[in-house]
Design a protein around this ligand. Structure first.
Ligand code: G
Ligand code: MN
Length: 400
């Protein structure tokens, strides 16, 4: 099935209902594949990567909830509409189950459903499969559909205890039809359309204001902001940043710029100038996602970085791979020998955090410590961290 046409999979044991849904799906612009025997869902998913799924909850063999489990295991990206003759509460409960498993459940529908309602829902789902355009992003910036989440990092304070130390500002696009989008889904378009600059300005402004807010409540936190290397062509960038910090009375030493896409660092002649001036102004500079892709060893000593962030893909492999451990240990040593501090990203289990303490890593970040959170939830994380530390003097799994 060609990738330029959106695909809908209909899963319903009632052949007539499936045919009706398929017809409505085609009207909404989908190419449709119907399955009447739910045990075939897995086989179908091997061949097709659907954009949308209409799923009956009551079926013989595998029921709808079991199918949702299969979809969650496959990390399906499709928008899912649940249909059932069951009451509202049962449908709502299935919807909650799906969402908690990380699925994109678009809604539920009572059988017999109104074909117009389903058509409307599927049209919206179809619209969401069209590629995002720079114009969409421009509108999102103007209409403030962007938001900033914060992901804590912890710093090692002693042999094996960790304290929340800083918050990484992470941009999200709150899209009406598609939900919360990560930069991975629109960053490339932002770079190619030049919108990366207003996007970054937005995160810097919000992040520094948030930092100011924490400081006025005597919450001692650092702020981390991601900066694309493509922005290091603008010689006034460090001065604009400094002006903003001065206006808000912020100490630059608590701010870290995390620099990604480092292949480009070597390309523009002004990068050295700009990075060095940021460092002279006492901001911290981290080389982000180190250990994969573009990062180059020579940049570590040619550029004025003072922190290395080890990419999450390495830490995620630590539990099962001795090679990953060898890499992480070598990177920690390398950073320390070059007088850089090290932060490990992608810590997903307590064992990995303990391991990082054993090998002398300085700070850590990852889902085990905390997922990215809304600003309003930051205080809760700090309070739990303080409680854990005063109770046991060690980092505890309660902080999740
Ligand atoms: O590229 P950068 O390191 O800035 O990426 C941060 C992104 O990684 C965030 O959007 C966040 O959602 C994701 N992330 C952070 N911690 C973890 C983790 O422990 N596991 C996984 N899979 N993703 C993570
Ligand atoms: Mn980062």
């Amino acid at each position: 099935m060609s990738k330029d046409q959106a695909t809908l999979i209909v899963v319903d044991d009632d052949v007539e209902v499936a045919a009706l849904i398929a017809h409505i799906g085609e009207q909404a612009g989908f190419r449709v594949k119907s399955i009447n025997d739910s045990t075939q869902v897995l086989d179908t998913l091997r061949i097709h990567d659907p954009d949308a799924i209409v799923l009956d909850l009551q079926m013989p063999a595998l029921d709808g909830v079991q199918v949702l489990r299969v979809l969650a295991d496959k990390k399906a990206r499709a928008g899912i509409v649940l249909v059932s003759g069951m009451d509202e509460r049962t449908r709502a409960s299935a919807e909650t189950f799906g969402k908690e498993k990380g699925l994109r459940v678009l809604g539920t529908m009572q059988k017999p459903f109104d074909p117009e309602d389903l058509l409307q829902t599927l049209r919206t789902a179809r619209a969401a499969t069209a590629p995002l355009t720079p114009q969409d992003l421009q509108n999102a910036i103007l209409e403030e559909d962007l938001l900033v989440l914060y992901q804590p990092t912890v710093k090692r304070v002693g042999a094996a205890s960790w304290r929340v130390h800083s918050m990484e500002a992470l941009l999200r696009w709150n899209h009406a039809e598609r939900g919360l989008l990560s930069p991975a889904e629109f960053l490339a378009m932002g770079e190619s359309s030049g919108l990366i600059r207003p996007m970054t300005d937005y995160v810097i402004q919000k992040g520094l204001e948030q930092l100011k807010g924490w400081q006025s409540r005597r919450i001692d936190l650092g702020l981390r902001v991601n900066i694309s290397a493509s922005l290091f062509t603008d010689l006034d960038f460090p001065d604009r940043f400094e002006t903003l910090m001065t206006e808000l009375d912020i100490d630059p030493a608590v701010v870290t710029l995390e620099i990604t896409e480092t292949a480009m660092l070597d390309q523009h002649p002004d990068t050295f100038d700009i990075l060095t001036r940021f460092r002279l102004k006492k901001l911290n500079l981290a080389i982000d996602d180190f250990g994969i892709g573009y990062s180059s060893l020579t940049q570590l000593f040619r550029m004025p970085f003072n922190e290395m962030k080890i990419d999450k893909s390495l830490l995620q492999r630590v539990p099962q791979s001795s090679e990953a451990k060898i890499m992480v240990e070598a990177l920690v040593d390398l950073a320390h020998n070059l007088k850089l501090t090290v932060c490990a990203e992608g810590v997903e289990t307590p064992d990995v955090l303990d391991y990082l303490a054993d090998i002398g890593c300085d700070s850590a970040q990852g889902f085990y410590i905390s997922r990215p959170i809304l600003p309003k939830d930051v205080l809760g994380v700090i309070d739990r961290d303080s409680a854990n530390n005063s109770a046991r003097g060690a980092y505890a799994s309660a902080l999740k």
